[in-house]
Design a binder for this molecule. Structure first.
Ligand code: MRU
Length: 367
C-alpha cells in the first residue's frame, strides 16, 4: 500500500530560504600513505577533534581497524592494504619466500579484524597478488608501495564516478535518508552514498539529508552530520527511532545508503538499521538505493555464508563511556544487517546502475 503524500507537508519541510551550498567538499583524505607511514584521521575523536594518527606497524593498523579509528568498508580495505605494505616495508627478509611469509602473517592478522565488509579482504588479496608478481625482494617492496598508492587514488576516482551515476536519480529539492556514514570518512575521499549527494549538489541540485544517529557507535551523529556540516549541505539529525515516522509522513523522497558486502544473489549487507529503512521505504513507496564500488561485491558467495560482526556489549550499555543500562543485562550487538534484493530499487555502482533482477545485473556489470 502506498501512502498518499500530502503536498503541504513536503512544502513546509523544505524551507524556501535554504541556500544552495557551494560545491566545496571535504577534501581531506581519511587514510593515506605518507613516506612509509600510514596516516589516518582518528574517527574516534570526531566530531570534537579533527586529528591524525600515524602508524608504522601492521599490528597498529589492525588495531585501528578493530577499534574503528578507521571504519567504513572502502576505507578499511585501503587501510588493510596499507597495513600489509608496512609489513613489506619493515621486513628484514633477504629472500622473496621470507618476505611472503612475513606478509602472509600480517595478512592473517589484518583479515581477523572485522568479518563483514568484503573490501577488507579485497584490499589484502590485491596486495598479496601483486607481491607474487615480483622476482626480487626489492621489486616486491616497490610493487607493494605503488599498489597501495594506486588503490588510494582509485578509491576517490571510483567514488566520483559512482556519485555521478547516482546523482541522476536525485531530483532538485529531494530529501534523502541515509544510514551510518557512507561518506568521505568511510572511504579515502568523497564517499559512496554521500558521494551521490555531493555529485547531486555539484549538479546544482538542492538536496536535504536526513541523518539517523546510528546507535550504538553513532556514525550518523558523529561523522555524517560532521561531514555534511563541513560541506554546507543541508542535513537534519534524527534519532534512529524516528525513521519510520519520517518516512510515513512523506518526509523522505529517496533512501541512499552504503554497503559492506553485496553477495552474488543481490543481498545487501550494511550497517545495522539499514534493513528496517528498506522495509519502511518499500511499505511507503520510497525508492531504496544502496551505493557501492565494485570492491564491495562478493561474487564468490550467496548471502547464507556471510558473517555478521557482533561487537562488544559496551557499545550498547554505554554512551560516551557512561553506563545507561543496568549491570549484567544481556546484550546483543549485531553491527550489520542484511537487506534482500526484493526491497532494493537499484544498486548504484561505479560500473553503472544495477537494476533488478540484481543477481543478473551483478553478473553482467561487476564480474
Ligand atoms: O561499522 P562501520 O562504521 O565500519 O560501518 C560502516 C557502514 O556500514 C557503511 O555504511 C559501509 O561501510 C559503507 S561505507 C562507504
Amino acid at each position: 500500500m502506498k501512502l498518499k503524500v500530502v503536498s503541504w507537508e513536503r512544502k513546509r519541510f523544505r524551507s524556501p530560504s535554504l541556500e544552495r551550498p557551494v560545491a566545496n567538499f571535504f577534501t581531506m583524505r581519511t587514510v593515506t600513505w605518507e613516506d612509509g607511514k600510514v596516516k589516518m584521521i582518528d574517527q574516534t575523536a570526531l566530531p570534537l577533534k579533527l586529528s591524525h594518527v600515524f602508524f608504522t606497524k601492521p599490528e597498529e593498523v589492525a588495531n585501528a581497524i578493530r577499534t574503528m579509528v578507521v571504519r567504513g568498508a572502502p576505507a578499511i580495505g585501503v587501510a588493510a592494504a596499507m597495513g600489509l605494505a608496512l609489513s613489506a616495508h619493515r621486513s628484514k627478509a633477504a629472500k622473496l619466500p621470507e618476505l611472503l611469509h612475513d606478509m602472509e602473517s600480517s595478512a592473517g592478522l589484518l583479515r581477523s579484524t572485522r568479518p563483514t565488509a568484503v573490501n577488507l579482504f579485497w584490499g589484502i588479496d590485491r596486495v598479496m597478488n601483486k607481491v607474487r608478481e615480483a622476482k626480487t625482494v626489492r621489486e616486491a617492496k616497490e610493487l607493494v608501495e605503488a599498489e597501495v598508492k594506486a588503490m588510494e587514488e582509485e578509491d576517490v576516482q571510483t567514488n566520483r564516478r559512482l556519485g555521478k551515476i547516482g546523482a541522476e536519480l536525485i531530483d532538485d529539492g529531494d530529501t534523502v535518508l541515509t544510514q551510518c556514514n557512507a561518506g568521505a570518512l568511510a572511504t579515502v575521499g568523497y564517499g559512496t552514498a554521500l558521494g551521490v549527494i555531493r555529485a547531486a549538489v555539484e549538479q546544482g541540485k538542492l538536496v536535504k539529508v536526513l541523518v539517523p544517529e546510528t546507535r550504538p557507535a553513532l556514525q550518523g551523529a558523529r561523522l555524517t552530520a560532521f561531514e555534511l556540516a563541513q560541506d554546507g549541505i543541508d542535513c537534519t539529525l534524527i534519532s534512529d527511532t524516528a525513521v519510520g515516522h519520517m518516512i510515513s509522513i512523506g518526509r523522505v523522497d529517496k533512501v541512499v545508503v552504503g554497503a559492506d558486502r553485496i553477495t552474488n544473489d543481490g543481498y545487501v549487507f550494511n550497517k545495522i538499521g539499514t534493513y528496517q529503512e528498506a522495509v519502511l521505504a518499500s511499505r511507503h513507496g520510497v525508492p531504496f538505493f544502496p551505493a557501492a564500488p565494485h570492491s564491495t561485491f562478493d561474487l564468490s558467495r550467496g548471502h547464507d555464508s556471510v558473517t555478521i560482526e557482533e561487537r562488544s556489549a559496551d557499545e550498547v550499555v554505554k554512551i560516551s563511556g557512561k553506563r545507561i543500562a543496568p549491570k549484567g543485562v544481556p546484550v546483543a550487538n549485531p553491527a550489520f544487517d542484511m537487506t534482500p534484493p526484493e526491497l532494493v530499487t537499484g544498486i548504484i555502482s561505479d560500473r553503472g546502475l544495477l537494476q533488478p533482477p540484481l543477481a543478473e545485473s551483478i553478473q553482467r556489470l561487476i564480474s
